[in-house]
Every structure is written in C-alpha cells, then in structure tokens.
Design a protein around this ligand. Sequence first.
Ligand code: SF4
Length: 365
Amino acid sequence: MTTETIDRAEVFSRPAAQINEEGELVVRASSALGCRRALWYAATGYEPMNPPSDDSLTAMEAGNALEPVLVRAMERAGWKVDAPDPQDPHQVTVRIGPNLLVTGHPDGTVRMPVEPGEAPPQLFLFEGEPETPAFGDPMVVEIKTRGPDAFKRWQTLGAERSHPASVAQAALYSLGEFGDLRDAVIATMDTGARTWDWERIPAGRLERAMQDACEWLGEVASHHSLNGPDPDALPDRDFSANTWQCRSCPFLAVCLPGAAEVGEDEQTETEEVTDEEARDAVAAYAEAQESIKEPEKAKRAALDTLKAWMRRQGDSKATVGGRTVTLVSSTRYSVNHRRLNEALDPEVRAEIVTESESEYVRVNT
Ligand code: SF4
C-alpha cells in the first residue's frame, strides 16, 4: 500500500466513485463502508435520479458552515488546529491495491494541549523567558456536525459503533496525510445545542478500521478487475429497501424501482391522519402545555421554599399541615464516555454500554 499527496483545489461534489484515465477505480474516502452497488453506479456513469431534497441540502450547508465554528472552538479550548482553506482544500490519495485509489480532503490536523506535568521540560536561553504552551503530536482531525440524537449516540457509544465510516475515513486520511496510522481525533458539534466534544481513536484501533475498510473496498476492486467498467455487472446490494441508506440513495430508482414506488404508496396508505387533524393535535398539545405551566411554576416555588425551610431546621422529615415533607438526597453517577471509549475496544464497550430503540413524539412549544 503506498500513499501520495496532491494539493489542488477540488470540487467536493464529484461522484462518490470514478474510473480514471488509467482505468483505475477512484473512490472518495467519505463513501467507504457505504454501499458498493451505489459506488458502481457512480463509477460507471449512471445518472443520479434521486437528488437530495432542499431540506437535506440546507442541513448539509448548515453543517458545512458550522465546521469553521468548531475549529475556532477547539482553538479557544487550547488546541492547535491546522485546517486548510476551504477554497483550497488539501487532497490526499491512498493507493489500495493495483487498481484502486481512495481520495479525500482531510479537515485538518490538530495538536492537543499537553498538561504542564506531562510536557517535556523546556530549555530557556534567557532568564525570565515565558513558557510556551506544549502540544502533543499532530493527528488527523475529522470535523463533524450532528443533530442532538446522533451527537448523544456518538458520545455514548463511541465513533466505531455509532459512525464506523467516520473512523474508516480518519484512518484513510491519517495514512494519506502522514504515511502511517497515528491516533486520530473526531470532533463533533451538536447542531441543536451548539456544544461540541471530541474523541481520540488510538492508532491500534484505526488500524483495525483500516483493515475493515480495505476488506470492504477490496471487494469492489476485485469486482472491477473481474468485470472491467461494465455498468450492467452490478455488485450485490449492501442495504435493503427499508433502510435510510436506500431511501436517500441517488440511485434508488434504478436499483430498487419497486421500493421507490412502494415508498410512495406507503406514504399515501399511512396517511390516515389528515394534516388538519395533525394541526389540531399540535394546538391541543400547546394549549395543554400552557395550562400546566403556571401550576408547575407554583409547585416548584413551593418546593424551593420547603427545601430552604427543611435545611434550616436540619431535619430530613417533618409534618407540615398534616402532610409529611421529606428532604430527599440522592447521588448521581455519571460515566466519562470519552475516557471509556478511548480505553476500551468497541466489542468490550458493546457489552457494557447497550442501546435499545423506542419511539415517541416531541412537540416544541
Ligand atoms: S438503493 Fe440501496 S442497495 Fe441500491 S445502490 Fe442505493 S444504497 Fe445501495
């Protein structure tokens, strides 16, 4: 496996995969671990038939616009960030096998602030010379923006479980940028709360992500070697019709035409509740919320008064007006997910941090 680095302005909207003039398959790093059939459609020139909706484009543009905000937040927190100019992105290319290249544009490299006790001793030539902040080794950083639920999921489960494709991307970029696999950082902003966090993936685990990505990509490369750029020789599908990957796939109509139609039919079939009824439900919910606001406020104020009184009394239980009032103490336990995710392999974490799905309706009023 060899690496080369090319600096030039690139168009981010190029297809997920292409076949270059030398007949090699060139895959975008951001498409690793997606769908191999979708890559084949892109590489062999199928026209995307399912363009992203205006809402998806807006969400994507908002995410892109927030990336420099996250870079500045990292710098304010003491990180040294080296991010390329978005107008002049820095492309890296990684060769995986004789007929397969992976290219992409890393978001940059970062150096982590080092605690004074961990920093190597500084040599001073002059007395009174101010200490300069110390930083760790440069690492590739992947900058992501995610909605509140995806952000929470990532923090809790760690990127290898929640977003393995991001880890594969970071591994490919690390190899492209440095020629070896080093620790990498995934920094993510919650687009709802506009807070951010980061996770460091140790080099050993990036190596595993790299192996998985190579295995996955190797199958497309073998398919290419076997069939040449034949648009009719389609690889197997990596997803099924009811997944979000297929629903948002630009090639859904050609790959699963039945599913595209069924999707539309299902939409009309499940519309048993009219828009009018949905609007009425929201109005009823808002009205109910409004009506409990004042009593809730009064309850909180009364409890605050009682808490102050109980504390002054020094009792945890008292009878007031014929009712028992108790000052309840509880201990909260929290898990430092960043430390946990860095310390444990994904398989071990999966035994400790489990997830289950539930469905509910939330109305913001
Ligand atoms: S529709 Fe689904 S299976 Fe077909 S190419 Fe797209 S993601 Fe792959």
